[in-house]
Design a binder for this molecule. Structure first.
Ligand code: PEP
Ligand code: MN
Length: 338
């Protein structure tokens, strides 16, 4: 961190600032006095410093961070890609993660039948929501624990690891026992209590990007989990809110190479929630792989018009199968396996 001091700053106040910085933060301050300005270079662990409170000091003209505020998820401190290992699966290695299934688990028959179909088409994870944090409180909220049981049956019948969303801290113990990848939805990306508690487990966590979250805010949320002791975080770009309303959200494809540059964590894309339109899902899934994503999450339903949630963005199983064929070309181009 670099602090530029005001030209007329009283010497006693400058010394007070230097002493406070060195005393409380295990930081060394190197001072350079120029003709017009003096500059303080801070060396050490500046991550915990409150940059705003330094900015407010009367002797300070400008403060510049050199290092990002996140540390554990920062590629600077961990140059190699993180590969998340679960029970019989990996995310972030050469093989792409293809997570597919309905938005909501609707019945045991539905999830078992779909699991078999998406597996036969090339999915290597089954997704399905049991706890649904809906924007509208009057809409279907998910079958809860019953839905988790159905997902377990589908896993037992297909061998596919299961990915499902957690909505509160009380569910963590159950999810750790029963779920392979715990999804934190966009609406909970900044539920820091939930993130910290998930940091105390070792379960893979799929952290979706918040509806209006910047990349830095998203990485700071990942930092909560990793700093808590759980290194197994997969990021998921699921579209952000922009001025465009034709699509449900705007898929921020540029976030993928940005994340790859800033962080060592795997990142997948979810073109279903990003577009809200089933016919736009395939081209954006392909695009996601082409910009370097480690996988995709796709909503699939056998009868989208009757789906209890997100039918408009759900693919029929045949369409999902065609999508996987297209993904194969993208995977070949990127030197990845499907
Ligand atoms: C979902 O995956 O069904 C979901 C609700 O996603 P998001 O949190 O990205 O809206
Ligand atoms: Mn959905």
């Amino acid at each position: 961190m670099i602090i530029i001091l005001k030209p007329d700053a009283p010497e006693a106040k400058i010394q007070e600032l230097i002493d406070n910085l060195q005393k409380s933060n295990n930081i060394q301050v190197q001072r350079i006095d120029g003709v017009n300005y003096s500059v303080l270079g801070l060396v050490g662990d500046t991550v915990a410093l409150e940059i705003e409170s330094i900015r407010e000091k009367e002797v300070v003209k400008k403060v510049m961070r050199i290092q990002e505020p996140y540390k554990k998820v920062n590629r600077a401190f961990h140059p190699d890609n993180t590969i998340i290992k679960g029970n019989g699966f990996e995310i972030g290695g050469n093989k792409l993660a293809v997570m597919a299934g309905p938005c909501s688990v609707e019945s045991e028959e539905q999830i078992v039948s779909l699991a078999k179909k998406v597996k036969a088409s090339g999915a290597n994870f089954l997704r399905g929501g049991a706890f649904k944090p809906r924007t509208n409180p009057y809409r279907f909220q998910g079958f809860g624990l019953e839905g988790i049981k159905y997902l377990e049956t589908a896993r037992a019948e297909t061998g596919l690891p299961i990915v499902t969303e957690i909505t509160n801290v009380e569910l963590i113990e159950l999810f750790v026992e029963k779920i392979d990848v715990i999804q934190v939805g966009a609406r909970n990306m900044q539920n820091y209590v939930l993130l910290s508690e998930l940091g105390k487990t070792k379960k893979p966590v799929l952290l979706k990007r918040g509806l209006s979250a910047t990349i830095e805010e998203w990485l700071m949320s990942a930092e909560y989990i990793v700093a808590g002791g759980n290194p197994n975080v997969v990021l998921c770009e699921r579209g952000i809110r922009t001025y465009e309303t034709f699509t449900r959200n705007t898929l921020d494809l540029s976030a993928v190479p940005v994340i790859k540059r800033l962080s060592h964590l795997p990142v997948i894309v979810d073109p279903s929630h990003a577009t809200g339109l089933w016919w736009a899902v395939e081209p954006l899934a392909v695009a996601g792989i082409c910009v370097g994503a480690d996988g995709v999450m796709i909503e699939v339903h056998e009868d989208p018009s009757e789906a209890l949630s997100d039918g408009k963005q759900s693919l029929l199983p045949e369409k999902f199968s065609a999508l996987v064929h297209k993904l194969q070309d993208a995977a070949d181009m990127m030197g990845r396996e499907l």
